[in-house]
Design a protein around this ligand. Structure first.
Ligand code: RAM
Length: 956
């Protein structure tokens, strides 16, 4: 029977025994540079130059007012930056001496990130070069950095002389069984002569739909699913490719394949499909060639292009998959349709003229403002089995992307490729959780032999791939299939690991949640007929994602879409891009406020706050329009998917909806107040802070009694988590509320009983009330519901429901998505607290290294590529001895709090939950006296510079 006594004394005891004391011995000079520097003439140059949200040497860049970032080298001579200088020029020859665009001058500042460009106005197509140097804390200067450059794209619609083109086709269009038009993919082509020698060429291109482009037989770029997914009625992103090397002097051909994608296909909820009836895919391209003699030639999409729907791509749908029929070949004269030798006259039955339309004046054409999606990883099957004559390959990992097939077929046969996240007990594919998404690709062979194919304009969520229709004379081989994992092309920046394989699997599942649902926009799920940008899921997962991956640009771009989708009444839609109509929802739409803050906090980029500030303030106005007597009546689905909910619609959780909506109003106010402070809008800051206090009082009066009990609706874990987590109860009743929260856990048999809103708050709130011990118990629990329960049932991704599948019962009736990242929000606590890397100021400029050490593990830790360089924190516990391995990059100040005790696994009595760590404290081998000082101050205390540390608490 679960028992959880809450002794306040022992709680504060836990709080107090936090650190070890020691005397800072001046002999422990780890990375002393004093002597060395006398001889140093010039310091090593700054590294890893990026612009705006982390772009490296972009071509077709979106931002004419960029910011500059760099990293200081990891070098004993560099502890911090005291000054910097940036020079920017229109030509590399002008640098560093004659910067014609901007010279920042020598600026006294330790800032190395997001320094705003303040030079001459930058224009579309402009190529810009820059360099930076810094001075260290002792006034020595560095070499100039290597030269970095960027080139702007076509910044506004007026830069385009191209027209939208599409095949001339009969109207009305044929409808599918869902009443949505069938858009057979189009092939569009033109040829042209380049009559001089080519210096450089850029292809500016986009689509209403999805495109791939080809020049002279070669694929342009390696992006997938371009241009991506934005509110197309407001803004369509454009791509720029350097195609200088693909063109030749003489005859050239350019081809575009065009499919329906998000824009024109059956996508989103059923009730909106019919609206797509008058929408058809279109392409827009502008090829700009610069000859060596300085003259230019422009080739644009216009009426002169030709088009066909008689190509091998017969059908491409995001939900349903792709069909490729090799009999519809587009080859003649030994050439492919995107080569100049191909003759459309030889295939007159196929090629038709196109219809063109002008660029819409109210839809912005802007260069893509984050990274494109790409093929990021390849998975090989781990096994295969046969069911009903079909072969099912198991990739061992639930993933998102496409499958490449490489297998034998017989002429005329149809290869069917089906995808699922799971298999039934009879070994067949489990497809019940896919809704109406068929997730099925088809390949029709034109000749016998080995077929090597992958689709272009669809993606699937799957672990299992079923194939039928191959040449059955051949024995199936594992290498017939490859899983090609596709997601937004960012770098993975954070890695967590521990001694516990289950916890590591949880971490892996969290990472795969990101890989599976960051395909151009953040989605709830990648497999069923949904795959939408649900704001609430994003709100939960954003902080975790910002550690795992360099998702700064990704979030900033999606926030632009949120701004564009904000309703006139200031509401924020629950789904962005909005496919669901006018639905606004507390706890979901608040993402418009929480995510700018999360991005700012993790990156230090103030621009994300500036860009979104108006939207954030308008969102507060919407909240205010929902108030009645100080309490919010805003609609919400509530604590979505809380286990054991007794509500009629059990998905909606038991927590009172008014409490949730009022709590999120307060939360948004709190963040807007903090944002105003960062942006130095003092009056706003005061205004929102006082509103917050007002709402706090209203919240407490409406929902809590004097004993800290919930008085409206059911008492639930989430109601207390929101109240304590968002700081909404006064000090007088806080302790009682804390005890009531613990009682809720006790009632639940020591389990969580929270949905999408409560779950992310569990560990941080337990920590806030001094119950890290219990947070650990919950984290390591394996029985339902818990984070490790799905792991124990074989999960390789995060699930929408804690019990989507069980070994005993198989898939539950409403198993839901097996790739839903929301519960992955626990990652943040694992990185911040188990590994112990917590930012104390925005962008990790100041950090605290203070891992929670527990006998649940013998080691844990993380590496994080912070905006200033690599931060590492690992701890190892061996027979009561502790070793910490820590790296702090230059220009960061850190407080290392050496733990003075260990949380003991499985202790029932609170008093036994911690065990003192005793022994000799050494830092890089030198002993420290335990009598004075608490923490090791890196880069604050002159003794301890940035660098690597091994800290031990050992028995002798
Ligand atoms: C579901 C989505 C999402 C959730 C909403 C409320 O359909 O999958 O995860 O945020 O509903």
């Amino acid at each position: 029977m679960f028992k959880l006594p809450l002794f306040k004394n022992s709680t504060s005891l836990l709080r107090d025994w936090r650190t070890y004391s020691f005397v800072c011995l001046s002999t422990v000079l780890l990375f002393s540079c004093a002597n060395k520097e006398k001889y140093v003439q010039t310091l090593a140059q700054p590294e890893q130059l990026t612009i705006s949200e982390g772009f490296v040497e972009p071509v077709g860049f979106y931002d004419a007012q960029p910011s500059f970032s760099w990293k200081l080298p990891v070098d004993a001579s560099v502890k911090a930056q005291s000054q910097y200088r940036i020079v920017v020029a229109s030509s590399p020859d002008l640098l560093p001496g004659n910067p014609d665009l901007w010279d920042s001058g020598v600026i006294n500042s330790d800032t190395t990130n997001f320094v705003h460009y303040e030079g001459n106005e930058l224009k579309s197509r402009q190529r810009v070069f820059w360099q930076v140097k810094y001075w260290n804390e002792r006034g020595f200067d560095s070499n100039w950095s290597a030269l970095a450059s960027f080139e702007l794209g076509l910044l506004s619609s007026s830069d385009w002389s191209a027209e939208w083109i599409e095949i001339e086709q009969p109207t009305p269009l044929e409808l599918d069984k869902f009443d949505t038009p069938i858009h057979i993919p189009q092939y569009l082509r033109t040829t042209f002569t380049a009559d001089k020698s080519i210096k450089s060429a850029r292809l500016y291109i986009t689509a209403k739909g999805l495109f791939e482009s080809f020049i002279n037989g070669n694929r342009v770029g390696s992006d997938v699913l371009t241009p991506g997914y934005t509110p197309y009625h407001k803004r369509i992103e454009t791509l720029t490719y350097d195609v200088s090397k693909l063109l030749v002097s003489g005859e050239n051909a350019i081809g575009i394949t065009l499919a329906e994608g998000w824009y024109a296909g059956r996508f989103g909820p059923k009730r909106h499909w019919h609206k797509k009836r008058n929408i058809t895919p279109k392409a827009l391209a502008q090829l700009e060639i610069e000859y060596t003699d300085g003259t230019r030639k422009i080739v644009v999409t216009d009426k002169n292009w030709q088009a066909t729907q008689q190509g091998p791509l017969r059908r491409s749908s995001l939900y349903d998959g792709e069909m490729f029929d090799a009999n519809f070949s587009l080859k003649n004269n030994n050439a492919n349709w995107h080569e100049p030798q191909y003759e459309t006259e030889n295939a007159p039955e196929k090629w038709r003229s196109v219809q063109s339309s002008n660029i819409d004046s109210d839809v912005l054409l802007e260069p893509k403002r984050h990274f494109t999606s790409k093929n990021k990883q390849v998975l090989a099957p781990v096994s295969l089995h046969k069911v009903d004559g079909k072969i099912i390959f198991d990739l061992g990992q639930n993933m998102v992307g496409v499958a490449r097939v490489n297998l034998p077929m017989i002429e005329g046969e149809k290869l069917k490729i089906r995808f699922a996240e799971g298999i039934n007990s009879d070994g067949s594919l489990y497809t019940k959780n896919l809704g109406s998404a068929a997730q099925e690709d088809t390949y029709v062979a034109a000749k016998s032999g080995v077929v090597d194919w992958r689709p272009q304009f669809t993606f699937h969520g799957f672990r299992y791939v079923e194939v039928s229709g191959f040449d059955e004379k051949e024995a199936p081989q594992l290498d017939w299939i490859e899983g090609i994992v596709q997601y937004t092309d960012f770098e993975l920046t954070g890695h967590f690991t521990s001694s516990d394989p289950e916890l590591n699997q949880l971490q892996s599942n969290i990472e795969w949640g990101l890989k599976g649902n960051f395909l151009d926009i953040p989605t709830d799920c990648p497999q069923r007929s949904e795959r939408l940008g649900w704001t609430g899921d994003a709100l939960a997962f954003a902080p975790t994602s910002l550690f795992i991956a360099d998702s700064h640009a990704f979030w900033s771009a999606w926030l632009q879409s949120i701004r564009e989708e904000q309703f006139d009444n200031h509401g924020i839609p629950v789904v962005v891009p909005n496919e669901v109509g006018e639905i606004v929802q507390a706890g979901w739409s608040d993402a418009a406020v929480t995510i700018p803050w999360d991005v700012y906090w993790r990156t230090g980029d103030e621009r994300v706050l500036k860009e979104n500030y108006t939207m954030m303030k308008r969102w507060i106005l919407y909240h205010q329009s929902q108030l009645e007597n100080g309490v919010s009546k805003m609609w919400t689905v509530g604590d979505w998917l809380q286990p054991y909910s007794t509500r009629e619609d059990s998905r909606r959780g038991e927590t009172d909806h008014g409490l949730i909506s009022t709590a999120f109003y307060a939360r948004s106010l709190d963040i807007v107040a903090r944002t105003a402070k960062v942006l130095q809008r003092t009056d706003d800051a005061k205004h929102y802070a006082s509103l917050f206090e007002e709402v706090k009082a209203n919240f407490q009066a409406a929902f809590f009694d004097q004993q800290g009990n919930i008085k409206q609706g059911q008492p639930t874990q989430t109601s207390y988590l929101l109240a304590i987590g968002f700081d909404l109860v006064s000090d007088e009743i806080l302790q009682a509320a804390e005890a009531n929260l613990m009682k809720q856990f006790e009632i639940a048999g020591g389990h969580l009983r929270t949905g999408f809103l409560g779950t992310p708050l569990i560990a941080p709130v337990l920590e806030k009330i001094g119950r890290q011990d219990f947070a650990l118990e919950l984290l390591f629990k394996e029985s339902y519901p818990s984070w490790l329960f799905p792991v124990s049932q074989g999960a390789t991704t995060m699930w929408e429901r804690w019990d989507g599948y069980t070994h005993d019962k198989g898939y539950v009736k409403k198993a839901g998505s097996l790739n839903h990242y929301a519960y992955g929000a626990i990652g943040q606590w694992m990185y911040d607290r188990l590994a112990g890397i917590t930012p104390l100021s925005a962008g990790y400029k100041e950090v605290r290294i203070s891992p929670i050490v527990t006998t649940h593990l013998s080691h844990a830790g993380a590496t994080y590529q912070s905006p200033h360089g690599e931060i590492k924190s690992y701890w190892f516990l061996n027979q009561g001895e502790l070793r910490m391995e820590i790296t702090i990059p230059p220009n960061v100040t850190a407080t290392i709090e050496v733990p003075s005790f260990v949380y003991v696994k499985n202790s029932v009595e609170t008093t036994n939950k911690i065990k003192k760590l005793k022994g000799l404290l050494t830092v890089n081998g030198a002993a420290l006296n335990v009598d004075s000082g608490n923490d090791i101050q890196i880069n604050k205390n002159p003794q301890f510079s940035a660098g690597h540390y091994v800290i031990r608490v050992s028995k002798k």
